[in-house]
Design a protein around this ligand. Structure first.
Ligand code: S3P
Length: 177
């Protein structure tokens, strides 16, 4: 499959956007960009340090700027942060830049992946499971509205999930909805 536009992965923390995104990019022979990693590299600070210094609002501004810059660049598989869909401008930019894929995740798998995580400031609460559920209730409609395609990797290994997603993307391109 020739990649002529971005493939943008959206979905909650712990959905596997980075892992699957890397496997998909390798399979498609294109670049992979993780927006959070780009933000941290551009600012020389970790995501928790940025949250601590500037609050969530400051982080969201940087997230929007970096996302727009990435989307203006060469076609790539782009993994976004779980909250990138909160901003209407981000949602429009993602849809305009290519194909947006919503990666869903079972809450049990999600929690198992994120348990003990210290790199995600929004999860440093007394009840991470409750926090994840509340975020999902708020964001689920935004993920669905933004995405051209919903994909559920379940327990598939990254390479198998990437193969299946590449097939879905190819058929979407040959039979656009
Ligand atoms: C966030 C998700 C994180 C990161 C930041 C905020 C969120 O990215 O952008 O901690 O609001 O859900 P991942 O979805 O890659 O964990």
């Amino acid at each position: 499959m020739h990649v002529s536009h971005h493939i943008v992965l959206v979905g909650p923390m712990g959905a596997g956007k980075t892992t699957l995104g890397q496997a998909l990019a390798a399979r498609l022979g294109c670049a992979f960009v993780d927006v959070d990693a780009r933000i941290a590299a551009d600012h020389g600070q970790s995501i928790p340090a940025l949250f601590a210094a500037e609050g969530e609002a400051g982080f969201r501004r940087r997230e929007s700027d970096t996302l727009r810059a990435v989307l203006a660049g060469a076609p790539a598989v782009v993994a976004t942060g779980g909250g990138a869909v909160l901003d209407a401008g981000n949602r429009a930019a993602m849809r305009a830049a290519g194909t947006v894929v919503y990666l869903t995740v079972d809450p049990v798998i999600q929690l198992a992946r994120l348990r003990g995580d210290t790199g995600r400031p929004l999860l440093q609460t007394a009840d991470p499971a409750g926090t994840l559920a509340a975020l999902q209730a708020q964001r689920e409609p935004l993920y669905r509205d933004t995405a051209h395609l919903v994909f559920t990797p379940g327990t598939l290994a990254p390479d198998a999930a990437a193969r299946m997603l590449a097939d879905r993307l190819a058929s979407l391109e040959s039979h656009p909805a």
